[in-house]
Design a protein around this ligand. Structure first.
Ligand code: AHR
Length: 638
């Protein structure tokens, strides 16, 4: 339920929306006839899904529940970030990157901690500030691990602790008895007691004796969704599950392409033990740990019952680097074929066996493969040739796969085209009939990225109205628009966390919230329906939008009504073709007094769907949609 705001009397009058000071107004009535017995198209069961990439600190410190920032030491920019020396009393220590001493060929660097002086109660070591803090909760077990080696066994026990920034108190501590002279991974658990929930903490690794210690891949995980080892953050997964997403498009977006060919998402470098993952710079300005690798994306799909929509690198990177079609492109095509085998192959194929070795013996079901991302940016115009080369090779080996092109191509008809729309609400209102006249003979349409970009870091209610209007158009045309995914999905709302405004779900180290646009998607995803039914509309205001679908198995009509105007919209509804209409209908409403109103990390449930019922539903009745409202009427037809 909505909460009332505490504002001073005078100020609250000044802020009242214009409409409330005017005589009651309403838009001219709309006449809307729904032909409940006339299905005109099938609703795509995969219509609503998710799109993801490493942007806005989506993974480490976000969905991928890793709490240590820069767990693999050293980045593309050569900085040592988030790690500093810590000393108690008169202890002395320095921290630097050792460029020539790492735990593996993939990770040739490490943190070198030189402790010149230390003692009991005078510990020295290194601390990490996490992703805007290390969160802690009472009575919780955290899994910690790190690779380490010591110059001498005299260094003695190593302590790892979550420490309160304000008091210096250790909230949870574990001890590793000794560190050997060779690189080795050490693991332990840290358990909190009756501590307050907070994110103003840091992680400390320290010793009581002088010596030299090397560290890398320092990791700390809280409990995860479905207890998956090194899995996903629970609150974020629950929010995503509520959207009922049918698919996950990954790994990008620009993150697939990278700024340069050498910085693309190289899937083979994101699988297996962390120590074999070299990490890479994301085009969004920070290093990716690649903890969120190919298998983790697939496990995310598994956890939320989504089908993977795999985007393969197709020889174009964003700083206008491309690979010519022909022999030069062939290794990239082979790489994509092997990637598909890793996803779908049985354990007796080479790459299926690798997946089994990595911990997942069952193949994943795959229907869609996208070739590249936004290749209309490629000024060399090489995409026709690149797409054709990938298309022929993939279809030859996997004829059942549906291959998505990122822009229209000449010479070959793609199965699906990926359209992207980043717009303002008024632009979406004007474009809701975009797909009404699209040629039904194909290609099919995937709206792989779309969003109303109003508000930040997350969309405001005006954006949700633009989104909902646009969704009515996609839904009405979902015989041809087979899939759609909002982007970007996630944003860390701390200062510096966002690279792209506007993002669906916001979070900090401890909590998360859904924007009004998120709730609009939860509503549309929860009441999808299976058939688009015939309808006609006349009259009504210019910002009134609708879509009508039916689930014949449940005997239910879903009427989505969007009133993007501030004044109420009366609708004279005629439900033709139904013989037995239940007089009471469920109504789910998302509404606000202004378009600027929104949810935030400190007021996360300011605008949320509210469920009510209406009576008097019959073959003809008048229903009034409130101003600035997104509603779903669930009408029982039998
Ligand atoms: O969603 C943000 C970016 O927008 C995506 O990475 C890219 O595909 C698009 O340009």
């Amino acid at each position: 339920m909505r909460r009332s705001k505490l504002v001073g009397t005078v100020l609250s009058f000044a802020l009242l929306p214009l409409t409330s000071t005017l005589p009651a107004q309403q838009a001219p009535s709309a006449k809307l006839e729904i032909q409940t017995d006339k299905p005109i198209a099938q609703v795509s069961p995969t219509l609503y899904g998710l799109m993801t990439e490493e942007i806005n600190y989506s993974y480490d410190g976000g969905l991928y529940a890793e709490l240590v920032n820069s767990r693999a030491v050293g980045n593309h920019w050569g900085n040592l970030e988030h790690w500093v020396a810590v000393t108690q009393g008169n202890a002395q220590a320095t921290v630097e990157v050792d460029q020539n001493n790492g735990p593996s060929a993939a990770l040739p660097r490490s943190l070198k901690i030189t402790i010149k002086q230390a003692g009991s109660n005078e510990e020295a070591g290194v601390q990490n500030d996490g992703f805007w803090g290390i969160p802690d909760r009472p009575n919780t077990t955290y899994h910690a691990s790190f690779y380490a080696k010591a110059a001498s066994p005299d260094l003695g026990p190593i302590k790892i602790a979550i420490v309160d920034n304000a008091t210096g108190a250790a909230l949870a501590t574990a001890t590793i008895p000794a560190i050997g002279a060779e690189w080795k991974q050490y693991s332990t658990t840290l358990k909190t007691g009756q501590v307050p929930v907070s994110a103003t903490n840091h992680l400390v690794i320290s010793a009581e004796k002088p010596g030299t210690l090397w560290l890398d891949l320092v990791s700390l995980f809280p409990p995860t969704y479905k207890d998956r080892e090194h899995g996903f953050r629970i609150d974020l997964m629950e929010k995503l599950a509520a959207m009922h997403p049918a698919f996950l498009r990954f790994p990008g977006g620009n993150y697939l392409e990278g700024d340069h060919i050498s910085e693309r998402f190289e899937w083979k470098k994101t699988i297996g033990p962390w120590v074999d993952r070299p990490t890479h710079p994301s085009p969004w300005g920070y290093q990716s740990s690649d903890g969120m690798g190919l298998l983790e994306f697939l496990e995310w799909c598994e956890d939320l019952h989504m089908q993977p929509l795999l985007a393969v690198y197709a020889g174009y990177s964003m700083k206008q680097e491309h690979v010519d079609p022909g022999p030069a492109l062939e290794p990239y095509v082979q790489d994509a074929l092997e990637e598909i085998e890793y996803v779908t192959g049985s354990a007796d194929t080479k790459w299926g066996a690798q997946r089994a070795k990595d911990g997942h013996s069952e193949p994943f079901h795959l229907t869609y493969v996208e070739i590249g991302n936004e290749d209309w940016f490629d000024q060399s115009k090489s995409y026709d040739g690149r797409y054709a080369q990938f298309y022929k090779a993939i279809k030859a080996k996997y004829p059942q796969l549906q291959l998505i092109a990122t822009t229209p191509v000449n010479g070959i008809k793609p199965d699906v085209i990926d359209d992207h729309y980043y717009k303002q609400a008024e632009e979406f209102f004007a474009d809701v009939h975009h797909y009404d006249k699209t040629d039904r003979s194909g290609p099919k349409i995937f709206v792989g990225e779309w969003a109303t970009r109003e508000g930040g870091p997350t969309p405001n209610f005006g954006a949700a109205l633009g989104d909902a209007a646009w969704m009515t158009g996609m839904e009405r045309n979902s015989d041809i628009v087979v899939m759609a995914s909002y982007a970007p999905l996630l944003v860390n709302v701390n200062p510096g966390g966002m690279q792209w405004r506007t993002d669906l779900i916001g979070y900090d180290a401890l909590t998360s919230y859904g924007s009004p646009s998120y709730y609009a998607q939860v509503m549309f995803g929860s009441y999808l329906g299976k058939q688009v039914v015939g309808s006609t509309v006349s009259g009504g205001g210019p910002r009134f939008f609708y879509s009508a679908t039916k689930d014949p198995d449940k005997g239910v009509l879903y009427l989505k009504l969007v009133n993007a105007s501030s004044i109420p919209q009366p609708v004279d509804l005629k439900l033709s073709g139904a013989t037995n209409i239940a007089p009471t209908a469920k109504v789910i409403t998302l509404s606000s007094k202004t378009t600027q109103d929104t949810n935030t990390i400190t007021d996360p449930k300011h605008i949320v769907p509210v469920e009510t019922t209406i009576d008097g539903v019959k073959d003809s009745f008048t229903y009034t949609v409130p101003g600035y409202a997104i509603q779903i009427l669930e009408v029982k037809l039998k």
